[in-house]
Design a protein around this ligand. Structure first.
Ligand code: ADP
Length: 224
């Protein structure tokens, strides 16, 4: 589980870790935005909630996640990004893990507040392939255009400054206590101070930590 404030790098790091591990990258924000883009009834319902920097309802997001975790590609391991984000989601996930043969780890990506603001306000994303850029630190080769597929880059609706502040507040009040809830449920919590590190180094560090903890990354733990 990749955990941290908006802008802490969960999305970028998750994409890199997927390449390193072969595990699918399940980002609840991406799953919700996909529904919005496809204009499904769920997407239409979620559009204003996300644009206001608030959280989608627990039962809805949780159902979406349980469903996705049942796919065969999750059997050998998976990366959750943006879930769990509330205490009820965390309790539900701890229950989901109990009785299943996984060794869950929460990776807490620590980034200082001003750096988060800088990252979110300069972020640009590709609406087609989901690639993430930053105007200063990781710009696209041609300004405003995705390096991979040439699509025009966009500012996420919730990256506008007033929404960013709301998201950070939502994070403080509803998401911050999640790490403690999981720890109390016996789930390992590892913190990484990554404010000054580039995304490759963060992904390498996580992989190194997982290797150290789990013996061999990308493998389900063996039955006792
Ligand atoms: P960030 O971590 O930068 O806020 P995400 O893409 O993870 O970006 O999430 C974007 C938005 O999607 C959140 O502000 C929230 O509205 C919604 N969302 C994502 N994950 C969840 C979740 N687990 N529970 C409720 N809402 C969620």
């Amino acid at each position: 589980m990749l955990f941290g404030a908006p802008g802490s790098g969960k999305g970028t790091t998750g994409k890199m870790l997927t390449k390193l591990t072969g595990w699918p990258h399940l980002a609840t924000g991406d799953l919700l935005r996909e529904q919005i883009t496809r204009k499904t009834s769920l997407g239409l319902e979620m559009q204003s909630i996300l644009a206001a920097g608030q959280l989608a309802p627990d039962d809805l997001v949780s159902r979406m996640v349980w469903d996705r975790l049942g796919w065969p590609d999750c059997e050998a391991g998976f990366l959750l990004d943006g879930f769990p984000r509330t205490i009820p989601q965390a309790e539900g996930l701890a229950q989901w893990f109990s009785g299943r043969n996984f060794r869950p780890v929460l990776i807490h990506l620590w980034v200082e507040y001003n750096e988060i603001l800088r990252r979110l306000t300069g972020r640009r994303t590709c609406p087609t392939c989901g690639a993430i850029y930053h105007l200063e630190s990781t710009p696209s080769k041609v300004p405003g255009v995705c390096d991979t597929d040439g699509a025009e880059l966009t500012v996420r609706a919730d990256d506008r400054e007033e929404v960013v502040l709301q998201r950070l507040q939502t994070y403080q009040t509803q998401t911050w206590p999640v790490a403690e809830t999981l720890r109390k449920n016996g789930i390992l919590v590892e913190a990484i101070d990554c404010g000054e590190m580039d995304p490759e180094s963060v992904a390498d560090r996580i992989r190194w930590r997982l290797d150290r903890i789990g013996g061999s990354i990308a493998k389900k733990s063996k039955p006792e």
